[in-house]
Design a protein around this ligand. Structure first.
Ligand code: HEC
Ligand code: HEC
Length: 392
């Protein structure tokens, strides 16, 4: 009998490739929830406040500028120094290293075009406004507000790329050229969409009722996904196709930067947003309808914003790390341990706590990690090709 079973399973292996593994039972409600984490990829992102968003000429110019170290004060640092194509558009460091050491981690730029608040603290309300900060910040590229204008006017290829993108030659107004540089940079960054993952294949098969295809998704990942959308409540904040609601939360990561100095998170970001001449309420918003200003007009600073940071998207998360706004959590296993053991006293805000210690078993923790790893593209995305010449 045993020999017969062995023969049957060997035949099955030979005929069908991988051995069939069971599909867990999925309730209609679970399937509805899983469905909401797709489809992937989403339609291209368009930003009405940026007139070169989605245009081939704007994207091409932005890609060149993204890799151009001449935008920095010492001529040695480009956006790509910290946001590296081969490192999930981040740098693998716990904290960014600019002209000086920074206090926060360099976030990945995957799927950045679909967000509505930018930076760990939401100090930017558009991708282009957020792209101005590193250019000017003395702690980052420190290029100065006039540098992009000088470069666009003096470099023949860039001037030609600018004219193609914006329909006129670079003019004398340095601030306008600073903003336009950021708009081209934003057009390029919005094209960085992460590839499909094993999770996406599972989600599509489950929704289509294709049990055989769905069963190819490892059992541990299936169990982890059930936890993620169920008992562990991770998708209260990590929801939708990008696994983030794009808003802010407090999960009890310590906020001390140095003894006696704290990172106030979103509370500080909202103050900087209001003070910025480049926010969507200012004169550089290209959206004549005014619809894009709604969030910025209505957002209010509340004390509970203290110590809140933007909920990170989780696609490609296993290929990144260290984790959190300050790079203080080294591995995915440590992230899950944090959620398993976090003390409610560690939460900084006074609202209803959405995070509580989960007390996960060893197996549950491993399952959650297996699920998180299924959000990584397999095989990993090829590094971006070198930009083509702007004006052949
Ligand atoms: C010295 C390293 C460094 C350089 C150079 C750099 N960045 Fe960043 N970038 C960071 C860090 C650190 C943050 C997080 C800042 C924060 O939240 O306070 C960040 C945040 C961002 C964000 C927001 C991401 C998000 O998830 O909201 C965007 C967009 C961005 N950078 C684009 C750029 C562009 C465009 C350039 C070039 C003009 C650039 N960066 C240059 C380190 C860098
Ligand atoms: C209350 C909203 C909320 C809930 C619930 C929540 N998260 Fe998070 N998550 C966040 C925020 C906010 C951060 C970033 C915190 C920081 O940097 O200080 C984060 C960070 C992470 C990171 C690190 C990502 C990175 O790029 O640094 C992972 C992984 C993660 N969460 C997974 C989970 C899992 C798994 C669960 C369920 C056990 C969960 N989250 C529940 C809000 C939430």
């Amino acid at each position: 009998m045993i020999r017969f079973l062995l023969l049957v399973s060997m035949l099955a292996l030979w005929a069908g490739g991988a051995p069939a593994q069971p599909l867990l039972d999925w309730t209609a409600e679970e399937i509805r929830t899983v469905r909401q984490h797709g489809p992937w990829p989403p339609p291209p992102a368009r930003d009405p406040s940026n007139r070169v968003s989605g245009t081939p000429a704007g994207i091409a110019l932005g890609e060149h500028l993204f890799n151009d170290p001449r935008l920095s004060g010492d001529g040695r640092m480009s956006c790509a120094t910290c946001h590296q194509a081969g490192r999930e558009w981040s740098d693998g460091l716990a904290k960014g290293k600019g002209a000086v050491d920074l206090d926060r981690r360099t976030p990945s730029l995957w799927n950045i075009g679909y967000l509505h608040w930018f930076g760990w603290d939401g100090a930017g309300d558009s991708l282009w406004a957020q792209s101005i900060r590193p250019l000017l910040d003395p702690r980052e590229m420190n290029g100065g507000a006039a540098r992009p204008g000088e470069l666009l006017r003096s470099d023949r290829a860039l001037a030609c790329g600018y004219e193609k993108a914006f329909g006129e030659k670079p003019g004398p107004d340095d601030e306008r050229l600073l903003v336009d540089t950021a708009k081209a940079l934003a057009a390029f960054q919005a094209t960085l969409v992460s590839p499909r993952t094993p999770f996406d294949d599972f989600r599509d098969a489950l929704v289509a009722g294709d049990r055989e295809r769905a069963a190819r998704y490892p059992l541990a990942a299936q169990r982890g996904l059930k936890l993620f959308i169920g008992e562990a409540n991770c998708n209260l904040c990590h929801l939708g196709p990008r696994f983030t609601n794009g808003e802010f939360g407090d999960i009890g990561i310590p906020f001390f930067v140095r003894p006696g100095e704290v990172d106030p998170g979103r509370l500080g970001g909202l103050a900087r947003l209001a003070a910025s001449p480049f926010n969507l309420l200012g004169k550089y918003n290209d959206d004549a309808t005014g619809a894009s200003t709604r969030r910025t007009r209505h957002v209010q600073r509340q004390h509970s914003n203290f110590g809140e940071f933007r909920v990170p998207g989780l696609r490609q998360v296993g290929r990144g790390g260290p984790y959190m706004h300050n790079g203080s959590v080294p591995t995915l296993e440590d992230v899950v341990k944090h959620y398993s053991e976090v003390s409610p006293d560690r939460l900084h805000s006074d609202g209803t706590p959405l995070v509580r210690p989960l007390g996960l078993t060893t197996e549950q923790s491993a399952d959650l990690v297996a699920f998180l790893r299924s959000l990584d593209a397999d095989p990993p995305p090829a590094p971006a090709p070198a930009p083509k010449s702007l004006c052949p």
